[in-house]
Design a protein around this ligand. Structure first.
Ligand code: ZN
Length: 198
């Protein structure tokens, strides 16, 4: 049988002091981490609001999408879904009417997605997309995901989920950080003012 001898309480004093000190330092670190996190969340929300504002520039009737590219705290590009420069600003053709008499649309083949437009705008500038963060109001499609990867974007943050998840899967497989956790707590009702659901 093993007998345990308890130390005299005075022998614990140093230990208690060290534990208390460590505890306080850990508390400090947690508070700091929380501050950093909330600052990051606040900035994420800010850029996402900007992306939604950018989306309002789109002439699309089915779904307006906005995209912002941020690097070192600066917005270096933006884009929304639309026709190429010089083309008429009409993104869809009416192809019929639905059960309740509302027109149904088909998106023109020429329409460029918000992400592609933001990247192409950046390509014409002196800035680089290498290591930048992209904020999109809607998760990217597979075609845009390929462009995002190739452009060297390191992080993608989106608000709404696109029906096809292949783009996000591709980005994750390519080692790009993808999340929409930080924007989950954004007041989506505010954003829905800007978005016309298809
Ligand atoms: Zn796309």
């Amino acid at each position: 049988m093993v007998t345990r001898t308890l130390k005299d309480p005075s022998e614990y004093e140093d230990d208690v002091y060290v534990t208390g000190w460590l505890h306080d330092r850990l508390e400090d670190r947690l508070v700091e981490e929380r501050k950093v996190k909330s600052k990051e969340t606040r900035y994420n929300n800010l850029y996402m609001r900007m992306a939604y504002d950018v989306a309002t520039m789109s002439h699309a009737r089915r779904k307006k999408v906005g995209c912002i590219i941020v690097k070192d705290g600066n917005t270096i590009s933006m884009g929304w879904n639309g026709m190429p420069s010089g083309y008429e600003n009409c993104c869809e053709q009416v192809i019929g009417v639905d059960d309740v008499g509302s027109p149904t649309y088909k998106t023109n083949r020429e329409v460029l997605h918000a992400e592609a437009n933001a990247l192409m705008k950046l390509a014409k500038s002196t800035n680089s997309s290498e290591g930048a963060t992209m904020y999109i109001t809607c998760s990217p499609c597979f075609e845009c995901a390929k462009l995002i990867h190739q452009a060297g974007i390191s992080k993608v943050i989106y608000a709404e989920e696109y029906r096809d998840k292949k783009g996000v899967d591709f980005l994750r497989k390519s080692g790009i950080i993808v999340n929409n956790d930080d924007v989950n707590n954004i007041d989506n009702a505010t954003y829905n003012i800007y978005t016309i659901k298809d």
